[in-house]
Design a protein around this ligand. Structure first.
Ligand SMILES: [Zn+2]
Length: 409
């Protein structure tokens, strides 16, 4: 599966640049180098800043930002604010008004040329008399895919693609993954003790991380389409998995529960009116068990496949069909390990607490099979470290070794 190296991220600077992804696909798919003027980069950086404001509200659309510039002055700015709302280009053009005639437009993603929830931006740009359009990234969405730029060029507008492309790609990588693979962007989150345990040998995990760390997890949940746990975690922790306080979207709470053993008295089931609950059952799960939960308002999805990994991938395909862009997986080790073995985790958010619990039966975050040799280890790229009082918070994109072999069993 295609993984991309990211090299820039303006908000927090990486402290480590040790890990780099050398996937050949990533090299091949790099945007062509262009000669960028300083002004072009400056305005595109502003457009990317604007785009970032829509994250969490616009999905499954991509976050997009736009600046219209005339004589070195921004005369219009816009960003895609919410799913179904006006596109960034239209917002920026509305601000610019008649002054847009002959101006340059900077936009983070290729303007659309199809009638979706709104009329095509390409036509609005042509009608406004824009003279030059600078785009960071082409849109792989099948109904656009170069068509937007072709329409602009055919109307005599000067176009340029690739300005700060890597930065724009980082910004909308969950959208790009959904369009390119049909699967959502998978974010793994775990909190562990300094000796690498998710819980004590007896299964107690409250609390490993501190309040600041847990507040950050709630903010993450608030912009997810789904929050996922395994059945054992649902049973041991009896979590709500909701965002408190609420974020811009309400995540579907997904429980991977092959034999449908989730208790009808669990907090998840009891709060099904607050946020949907989706149970992921195996093909041979008992219809009675399924009915007991559907009667209470949960939904059951039967994932096809004879083994854990195949069923997990079938689940990701299903979530993609539902247009889910971002999915947070909160454990336990079996679920995270299964996804890791399938090279399906895209991003990791890890909280490390200075506590020690010991015990060989106390589980680590990635159970499953694992890789055989250190040179097969996946690495995090674009890593950001943050201290949250006593906890260390680490996040980054997961980059797999293409020919990594699982340990032989
Ligand atoms: Zn558009």
């Amino acid at each position: 599966m295609f993984r991309r190296e990211t090299s820039e991220k303006p908000e927090s600077r990486p402290l480590s640049s040790r890990a780099t992804c050398t996937s050949r696909d990533a090299m091949r798919r790099r945007e062509p180098r262009t000669t960028m003027s300083e002004a072009d980069q400056l305005w595109m950086r502003r457009a990317i800043e604007l785009a970032r404001r829509g994250i969490g509200d616009v999905e499954p659309n991509p976050p997009v930002g736009c600046v219209v510039v005339r004589n070195g002055q921004a005369i219009g700015e816009g960003w895609h604010q919410r799913f179904g709302g006006p596109h960034a280009e239209v917002e920026a053009l509305a601000q610019a008004g008649e002054q847009a005639q002959g101006a340059t437009m900077y936009v983070t993603l290729e303007p659309c040329c199809h009638h979706g929830k709104t009329p095509p931006c390409s036509q609005a740009i042509i009608q406004a008399g824009i003279g030059r359009v600078v785009v960071a990234l082409g849109d792989p969405f099948p109904q656009v895919a170069g068509g937007g730029l072709a329409e602009l060029a055919a109307a005599g507008i000067e176009t340029e693609v690739g300005v700060l492309a890597e930065l724009a790609r980082t910004l909308c990588r969950p959208y790009l993954k959904l369009v390119e693979t049909g699967r959502p962007w998978i974010i793994a989150k775990w909190a562990m003790t300094l000796d690498g345990r998710l819980a004590t040998a007896a299964g107690d995990s409250r609390w490993i991380s501190n309040e600041l760390s847990r507040a950050l997890v709630h903010r993450l949940r608030g912009r997810m389409d789904a929050v996922m746990v395994g059945r054992r975690t649902a049973e041991l922790d009896n979590p709500l998995l909701t965002a408190r306080p609420p974020g811009p979207r309400v995540a579907v709470r997904v429980v991977v529960d092959s034999h449908v053993r989730l208790s009808p008295t669990s907090q998840l089931v009891k709060t099904v009116d607050e946020a949907p609950v989706l149970i992921v059952a195996g093909e041979d799960a008992s219809p009675d068990a399924c009915r007991r939960l559907t009667d209470l308002g949960c939904e059951v999805f039967r994932a096809a496949g004879n083994d854990h990994q195949t069923r997990l991938l079938a689940l990701l395909d299903e979530l993609g069909r539902r247009q889910m862009t971002n999915v947070l997986v909160e454990g336990g080790g079996q679920l995270l390990g299964g996804l890791f073995d399938a090279q399906a985790i895209d991003e990791a958010h890890v909280f490390i607490a200075p506590q020690l619990v010991g015990g060989e039966r106390a589980l680590g975050p990635l159970a499953g099979i694992g890789v055989e040799l250190m040179r097969h280890a996946a690495s995090l790229t674009d890593v950001h470290y943050q201290r949250l009082e006593s906890d260390l918070y680490l996040q980054g994109q997961v980059c797999y070794q293409k020919n990594a072999k699982p340990v032989s069993t």
